[in-house]
Design a protein around this ligand. Structure first.
Ligand code: ATR
Length: 282
């Protein structure tokens, strides 16, 4: 059933969901654009996910974001997929269509590339090889986006080599897999380095990787944003690299969903960034 109420509803489905910055992010935009709408945290356990998905339309939702651990279940549960979601194998944004059916898309790759281009306007996809650390869900979205942007060679570095090999085979294109012990070779003359692992995040193990093999003035992007200035970014900056922090990926990935649900194409501004970062403080 389509949403016939005045107040537009959307939200984020996760488990747990209390830590999610998305309500703060979308709440800022709803306020800023004066939209009569709500964006709610929706705590849904894995066993209840299928019912929650089916209940969205009836509850009058225009759609929802999906976060950990439900992105693959959403991929399997929606009625249709965007080509991007199909390729990545995960859904983070759902739109309830007028007939009540659900369309799933994945905006993580979009958010990644928009953040990279905003954070380093001089970055050029064609400039040289990219090295990507990690081979999980986040890496998948990042690699697909880099391929689409036209990066000529992408080197995937992962602790579990087989996982990097599987990702490379699956996405296809100029991709090569490297074990963690060959990180130096993977970084050799790379003009872009992206960390998609959880290493370096507060409470996780440090990201211990030498950066000296990178091309001079390479761009380094960490998708970890707690802390915002990770050790990787600090060390990269110290050796003259351009650095792009991770919070912008979260901000930009939210844009397509907000526009689909609330009818306004929202902007990522310094004020939004400050507002969302303040939510990390507590
Ligand atoms: P996400 O969907 O956020 O990418 P994920 O699928 O769990 O999360 O992937 C986490 C990534 O961080 C993986 O590349 C993982 O390496 P493995 O494939 O070998 O597991 C990497 N990672 C996590 N902890 C790590 C550690 N202590 N050392 C090296 N790599 C690590």
């Amino acid at each position: 059933m389509a949403n016939t109420e005045q107040t537009l509803r959307a939200g984020v489905i996760g488990w747990p969901v209390a830590h999610s910055l998305s309500p703060r992010l979308h709440g800022f935009w709803l306020d800023h654009y004066g939209i009569d709408g709500s964006y709610e945290p929706l705590a849904v356990a894995p066993d209840d996910f299928a019912d929650a998905l089916r209940g969205l339309a009836e509850a009058g939702f225009a759609g929802a974001n999906v976060t950990v651990p439900h992105k693959e279940a959403a991929f399997l549960g929606v009625d249709r997929l965007s080509p991007g979601a199909e390729r990545i194998g995960a859904v983070n944004t759902i739109v309830v269509e007028a007939d009540g059916t659900l369309t799933g898309s994945n905006t993580d790759g979009f958010g990644f590339i928009e953040n990279l281009e905003a954070g380093d306007p001089d970055w050029r996809a064609a400039a040289g090889p990219a090295a990507v650390l990690g081979a999980g869900g986040a890496a998948r979205a990042v690699v697909a986006a880099l391929l689409d942007a036209g990066v000529p060679e992408i080197r995937l570095v992962n602790r579990t080599l087989a996982r990097a090999e599987a990702l490379a085979a699956d996405l296809g294109g100029p991709l090569a897999a490297y074990p963690w012990t060959a990180a130096d070779a993977a970084l050799e003359d790379a003009t872009l380095l992206v960390n998609t692992t959880t290493l370096g995040m507060t409470g996780q193990a440090p990201l211990e990787i030498g950066l000296s093999a990178l091309a001079p003035g390479a761009t380094v992007n960490d998708i970890v944003y707690v802390p915002l200035q990770t050790d990787l970014l600090v060390r990269a900056q110290a050796q003259g690299c351009r650095t792009v922090d991770g919070i912008g990926m979260l901000l930009h990935q939210a844009r397509p969903g907000f526009e689909a649900w609330f009818g306004v194409a929202p902007e990522v501004t310094p004020a939004l960034r400050r507002h969302v970062l303040a939510g990390l403080g507590g």
